[in-house]
Write a protein that binds this ligand. Structure first.
Ligand code: GLC
Length: 745
């Protein structure tokens, strides 16, 4: 009896003390119990047996490895049933350390949102945060703990297929969006059952791959790295991102998976990041291909010491780290630090208290068809659409119009995407059995908008990406029969994304020929372009009267497109990337340096930094987007022509809606430091505000400028500002601006 009382007392004291223990103390108490094998097991992440997002290595003993405590996390396992199944096995391990389930919830889970580059075109940070919140709510209800998002890679080369996954070319916009997405995913904080751990990826500079070729090398000055490519990661870390993922590329000769400068000096050192770093799929083992290590043994050595805490799928850690520690080549402190970071997140997620707290079938069911989520998705989808052209105000269409000779109006929907469903979901999305009903096609969206007095005609015209023109005749005949044509062209959903770099980024197949054939009918044509990246379509841009860039808009795509087509939403999107005229113009971005021989315009190209055979301008500039109304900008007024530390100034313009429809303008603020100890870009985005005005309404839009906005990295990598003259630009794109200047003293 006494023994029993003693045990009960011990248990009670442990329980009480456990309740009083902090997470670091709990982590330490678990760490003390772990064998070296078990510690390294936590640093090992395998793909689940049901789906893969990389080259698979099949383990015939995956489940027994989980039971032996050799697996800390799984990816590509979703659904309460499957995650519970594997967690059950983890609970049979000696220490019952719960598994973390990670998943690429990049732009939605059950409800698919516009691809991130499309969302970025909305410039609506609140809407993007809401979208991530919906994604987290749905995925966490399906047993997922951790999303491998947001992808925050700055990208200035649209040949790189993964531009679709990020926020475009600009560090300021990219940083704001990174913050919004991290906050959206993590919600009220880890430990809430609707919070997902975020993962800022791919650390770092993955978007600067030479030639826009995926996985290719990256070589740049540390100055450019700090000024352009790191800011969104810093923003994600500051927003509390639980994890980072390093990238496939080598950076200045050292693969990111073993790059101690990135992971230890910057991330865990200067930025004091407390989360953990997971490698990308197999990237640790791929350092053999890089020629950085001889074999997986050396790969494990370099990555562990370089700062990679978890090994996704390469098996280098689970196969070699024990030996490396016993040989003293990897210190136990390195292992302990990595394991502490991982265990800390598991405690913060509440998984030690209840490994099944994300395995709630009722919650999964409740979130599966939440109508609120579709409304939130449709809202940002319509805001993501960019109006590139609208000659003679062809748009918006009327919902009820009479056709020629008072006959019934006939709208022709033509093109390979006019009735497309899953292509609207884009890359990094999920296909569900009911998508054919749940995803709205453009055709369906238009159908819901118009009444019986409009007849819809349809012709596919051509396939997405082949040379067959047999469908042109039917498409032309259909167009001739109609009063107006809506022509839906672009990329298929798997033409932008991972491993989808393309040397030619025009409309695939014979689509531009189809556009020409339809425009030749003389009918009014609205071209809708579906894509995950900037495409090149000069003929269409020069000849079609109206063009909407619709990215891949997700589950409610057709409804969102119809909202804009018929004026239920006045398009407000602005391009987050410059659109090149040709591939030969790449890289092209607005915040370039001036050079010693800048071309002032297209007629000033003699001995200038320009191509002799090409315009100096992109087809469409960063920040560009039209509306069904027009906005005028008054002159920039400064509160003071002198800026000093501690004495910020304001820059204001009177914005007026000079059109006949209410609309939302994204007013952009750019600065230029005219002379610096290193050359400075001709413009840098430093602020933006979204202003909605009624027709005829005016509003003074004011930005505050402080010396902090003037900082840059000098050649000693110091983040400084320098006295001198600055220019201030304010406008509705990086090119259409009003300007003035101030002096920083
Ligand atoms: C992929 C991607 C990465 C993704 C991971 C897991 O190769 O590069 O973004 O999160 O593998 O799917």
């Amino acid at each position: 009896m006494k023994h029993l009382i003693l045990c009960a007392g011990l248990l009670a004291s442990m329980t009480v003390s456990a309740q009083r223990k902090t997470i670091p103390q709990k982590v330490d108490s678990v760490l003390k119990l772990m064998t070296l094998d078990e510690k390294i097991g936590q640093m090992n992440q395998y793909n689940g047996p049901w789906a893969a997002t990389g080259p698979l290595t099949n383990d015939d003993n995956l489940l027994s490895q989980i039971k032996d405590g050799k697996v800390g996390s799984m990816l590509n396992v979703t659904g309460v049933k499957r995650t519970k199944e594997l967690q059950d096995i983890a609970m049979q391990s000696r220490l019952k350390i719960p598994l973390l389930f990670g998943q690429d919830i990049i732009h939605g889970y059950r409800t698919i949102f516009p691809v991130p580059l499309g969302e970025a075109a909305s410039w609506d940070l609140e809407a993007m945060e809401k979208g991530a919140r919906v994604a987290a709510t749905e995925a966490s209800a399906a047993g997922v703990h951790w999303t491998f998002a947001p992808m925050v890679d700055i990208a200035r080369d649209p040949r790189w297929g993964r531009v679709m996954e990020g926020a475009g070319e600009d560090p300021y916009l990219g940083s704001k969006i990174a913050t919004a997405r991290v906050k959206g995913f993590q919600g009220k904080g880890l430990g809430n059952t609707d919070a997902l751990m975020a993962c800022a990826k791919h650390f770092a500079a993955y978007g600067a791959a030479v030639g826009g070729r995926d996985y290719n090398s990256v070589d740049m000055s540390l100055r450019q790295l700090h000024e352009v490519y790191l800011p969104p990661f810093k923003a994600a870390a500051d927003a509390g991102a639980a994890t980072f993922m390093n990238s496939f590329n080598d950076l200045n000769g050292i693969p990111a998976s073993a790059n101690a400068y990135l992971m230890r000096t910057i991330l865990k050192g200067e930025w004091k990041f407390k989360g953990f770093v997971v490698s990308d799929w197999g990237s640790i083992g791929e350092m053999i291909n890089h020629g950085y290590v001889k074999d997986n043994y050396e790969a494990a050595l370099a990555s562990a010491n370089g700062g990679s805490d978890m090994d996704m799928e390469s098996r280098s850690y689970i196969q070699h780290l024990v030996k490396l520690v016993k040989e003293g080549k990897v210190k136990m402190t390195v292992i302990d630090n990595a394991v502490k970071r991982i265990l800390t997140k598991k405690f913060e997620m509440g998984l030690f208290d209840d490994p099944y707290r994300f395995s709630d079938e009722a919650r999964e069911k409740a979130q599966w068809n939440n109508p609120e989520h579709l409304a939130i998705e449709r809202d940002i989808a319509k805001k993501s659409i960019v109006l590139l052209k609208n000659e003679h105000s062809l748009l918006p269409l009327s919902k009820t119009a009479i056709g020629k000779d008072n006959a019934q109006r006939q709208i022709a929907l033509i093109g390979p995407f006019a009735k497309a469903k899953s292509d609207n979901l884009g890359f990094w999305s999920y296909d569900w059995p009911d998508d054919s009903i749940r995803v709205t096609s453009l055709y369906e969206g238009v159908q819901k908008k118009v009444g019986a007095d409009t007849k819809l005609l349809y012709a596919k015209g051509c396939n997405v990406n082949d040379t067959v023109t047999a469908g042109f005749a039917e498409a032309v005949a259909t167009a001739l029969q109609s009063d107006i044509v809506i022509l839906s062209v672009g990329e298929a959903r798997d033409m932008s994304g991972e491993a989808k770099s393309r040397s030619s980024i025009g409309f695939p197949g014979v689509q531009e020929q189809l556009v020409k054939a339809i425009v030749a009918t003389g009918k009014p044509v609205i071209v809708m372009i579906s894509a995950g990246r900037p495409l090149i379509f000069n003929w269409t841009a020069d000849h079609a009267p109206a063009i909407l860039y619709t990215w891949w808009l997700g589950t409610t795509a057709g409804d969102a497109m119809a909202d804009v087509l018929f004026g239920d939403y006045n398009p407000s999107g602005k391009l987050p990337m410059s659109f090149p005229i040709t591939e030969g113009q790449i890289p092209i971005y607005y915040s370039h340096f001036n050079t010693g021989r800048p071309a002032q315009n297209d007629s000033d190209r003699n001995y200038r930094s320009s191509y002799t055979d090409l315009s100096i301008y992109p087809k469409f500039p960063f920040g560009y987007g039209l509306h069904y109304t027009t906005f005028s900008y008054g002159p920039v007024q400064l509160s003071n022509g002198v800026l000093q530390k501690g004495k910020p100034i304001t820059a204001s313009v009177v914005l007026k809606n000079t059109g006949a429809r209410a609309g939302t303008e994204t007013v952009q603020l750019y600065l230029r430091d005219l002379v610096g100890s290193v050359v400075r870009p001709v413009k840098e985005l430093k602020g933006f505000q979204q202003i909605t005005l009624q027709p005829g309404e005016s509003k003074t839009v004011t930005f505050t400028i402080s010396v902090e906005d003037c900082r840059f990295y000098n050649d000693k990598l110091q983040y400084i500002y320098e006295p001198g003259e600055f220019r201030v630009f304010i406008g509705g794109s990086s090119r259409d601006v009003v300007e003035t200047g101030f002096v920083l003293k």
